[in-house]
Design a protein around this ligand. Structure first.
Ligand SMILES: Cc1ncc(COP(=O)(O)O)c(C=O)c1O
Length: 466
C-alpha cells in the first residue's frame, strides 16, 4: 500500500437515502417474492410524464433555426453564431442572451429588477449551495451555518464537507423556522466563536418538511437576519411548483429584500434536471478584509471562475429557448411569465397532490389523535406524522414497509442536523416523507398507481399502530 497520509481527513457519513438506495433492490425482491406490488412514495424526482424532452428538443431546434435565420447567413460554410457559441468556451457568466432572458421573465414574475450581469450561472441549485458555502469557508475561520431542522439533505452533505463548519439548526412550527430560536442560534454560534455567514432555507415547498413558510414568518426571519447582519440563502426549486392561488402566494425572500438574500434558482423542476441549469442571484454588498465594500455577486463570480471556470453555453441557450414562445406565424417572443411553463408541470403534480391528500383524509381523517400530515402549498412532499408513540420510523420500520407492504418512503430522522437530534433524540423518528412527484407510470395508470400506493400506506400505518 502506498505511504499516503491524510491524518486530518474524516470520512463523510452515508446518508439514509444512499443507504436506502443500496438496500432497496434486496427489499424489493423480498416484497415481489411475496407477490406485493412496489409503491413509490420515496423518490423526489420530477415526473417522467412532464419531463419527456422530445417536445422541448423540437422547440429548441426551431428556436435555434430562428436565431440562424435572424443572422441572415447565406454562405453554408459559415457557422451560425449561436452554434459556435454553444460549443465554445464561454466565460464564467455564460451567454448574455440566456441571462437577459431569465432576468427579464423571472424579474417580472417576482417584481425584482434583476440585473443580468449579477446573474451567475450554477450547476443547478446544488452548484449555488456549493458556491455560497465555498465563499463562506474561504477565510478558514470556524464557520456556522444556520438552517432548519429538518433541512435539505444536499445542504447538510455540502456543509459536512467542510471540517471547520458546524450546523446550528432551528426548529419549525407550521409557519416556518422559529424566530426566537433563529436569533438565539445566531447568538450562540457567535458566542461559540463561529463566523455566521448565512441562514439556509427552502421557504417554498420545503424539502423535506413539506410546507411553505408564511408571509408573516418570512418577514420576521428577514428582520432578524437584517438586524444580525447575516444573509438568507433561499433555495427555490419549488417556487413554481406551487398550489396556492396567485393572491395568497407568499413572496420569496429575494422579492422582499434582494440585498439581504442569495436566491438560488434552478431549471431542474420547471424545465429539466439533466442540463443542470441554475442561477445564483444577490444584490448584497459585503464588507470584507480591510473594510473594503464589494458586491457579493462579484465575489461569487471570482469564486465560480476558479471552480467551474466555464459554464455550459449550450445548456444555457437551451434554457433560453424554453423562455421563448413560438407564435402562430412562426416568430419567437420572450415569455411574459414562467407560470405557463409551470402549468405544464402542475397538471401532474397538482393532481397527484390531490389524490394523496384526499385519500389520506378519507382513510385517516377520523384519527386525528393518531396521525397528521402537512398540506404542502408547494413542492413534491407531504410529511406524515405518527402522533402516538407506538411507532418509531427508524430503519427497521422503513425496511418493513418495503418488505411487508411494498411501500417505499423516506424516513425523516436523517434530515435533522446533529444538534437538533441532541436537543431531541426522537427528532423525526415519528415522521415519514411521502413524495407524490414520481412514479414510473403515466396517465390513468399513474393515477391508479398513486391511488393504490396511498391506500396501501394508509393500511400499513393503521396496522402499525393497531
Ligand atoms: C431543496 C432542494 N435544493 C436543491 C435541489 C437540487 O436541485 P438542482 O437539480 O437544481 O441541483 C433539490 C432537488 O431535489 C431540492 O429539493
Amino acid at each position: 500500500m502506498a505511504n499516503l497520509e491524510a491524518p486530518n481527513l474524516k470520512l463523510q457519513p452515508v446518508s439514509v437515502t444512499r443507504k436506502m438506495a443500496a438496500s432497496l433492490p434486496g427489499l424489493r425482491d423480498l416484497a415481489q417474492k411475496k407477490g406485493l406490488k412496489i409503491h413509490h412514495l420515496g423518490a423526489g424526482y420530477p415526473h417522467p410524464e412532464v419531463t419527456d424532452p422530445r417536445d422541448f428538443l423540437r422547440h429548441q431546434a426551431a428556436y435555434f433555426a430562428h436565431l440562424e435565420d435572424q443572422e441572415g447567413l447565406n454562405d453554408e460554410s459559415q457557422v451560425p453564431e449561436y452554434l459556435r457559441e454553444s460549443y465554445s468556451y464561454t466565460d464564467t457568466l455564460g451567454p448574455i442572451s440566456a441571462r437577459t432572458a431569465f432576468a427579464e421573465v423571472y424579474g417580472r414574475d417576482w417584481g425584482v429588477a434583476i440585473d443580468p450581469n449579477r446573474v451567475i450561472p450554477t450547476v443547478g441549485a446544488t452548484g449555488g449551495i456549493n458556491l455560497i458555502c465555498s465563499m463562506s469557508e474561504r477565510p478558514g475561520l470556524p464557520v456556522a451555518y444556520i438552517t432548519d431542522a429538518p433541512t435539505y439533505a444536499g445542504f447538510t452533505a455540502r456543509a459536512g464537507l467542510c471540517q471547520h463548519a458546524r450546523i446550528y439548526s432551528v426548529d419549525m412550527d407550521e409557519e416556518g423556522a422559529l424566530p426566537d430560536q433563529f436569533a438565539a442560534q445566531i447568538e450562540q454560534a457567535r458566542k461559540d466563536g463561529y463566523f455566521v455567514p448565512f441562514y439556509y432555507s427552502v421557504p417554498d415547498g420545503h424539502n423535506p418538511a413539506g410546507f411553505s413558510f408564511s408571509q408573516r414568518r418570512r418577514e420576521e426571519l428577514l428582520g432578524i437576519a437584517k438586524r444580525e447582519g447575516i444573509l438568507i440563502v433561499e433555495d427555490a426549486p419549488y417556487v413554481y411548483i406551487n398550489y396556492a392561488d396567485a393572491a395568497s402566494r407568499p413572496q420569496p425572500f429575494f422579492a422582499l429584500d434582494p440585498e439581504q438574500t442569495v436566491h438560488l434558482f434552478t431549471g431542474s423542476k420547471i424545465g429539466f434536471p439533466g442540463p443542470r441549469v441554475g442561477f445564483f442571484y444577490s444584490e448584497a454588498i459585503l464588507k470584507i478584509a480591510d473594510g473594503q465594500e464589494v458586491s457579493l455577486s462579484e465575489m461569487a463570480l471570482t469564486e465560480s471562475s476558479s471552480d467551474l471556470l466555464f459554464q455550459n453555453p449550450g445548456a444555457l441557450r437551451g434554457f433560453e429557448a424554453l423562455l421563448h414562445n413560438q407564435t402562430d406565424d412562426g416568430e419567437f417572443e420572450l415569455l411574459h411569465s414562467m407560470w405557463p411553463l409551470a402549468e405544464r408541470k402542475l397538471v401532474v403534480y397538482r393532481e397527484n397532490r390531490e389524490i394523496m391528500l384526499n385519500i389520506l383524509e378519507r382513510e385517516l381523517g377520523a384519527f386525528p389523535e393518531d396521525f397528521s400530515w402537512t398540506h404542502p402549498g408547494a413542492g413534491f412532499f407531504t410529511v406524515f406524522t405518527f402522533k402516538t408513540d407506538k411507532v418509531q420510523t427508524d430503519d427497521a420500520f422503513i425496511e418493513s414497509l418495503v418488505a411487508d407492504h411494498g411501500i417505499v418512503v423516506i424516513p425523516m430522522y436523517d434530515f435533522y442536523p446533529e444538534d437538533a437530534k441532541a436537543r431531541n433524540p426522537g427528532a423525526g423518528l415519528d415522521q415519514l416523507r411521502l413524495s407524490f412527484c414520481f412514479s414510473e407510470s403515466v396517465g390513468d395508470e399513474r393515477r391508479q398507481d398513486l391511488t393504490e400506493a396511498v391506500e396501501a400506506s394508509c393500511k400499513a400505518v393503521k396496522d402499525a399502530i393497531a
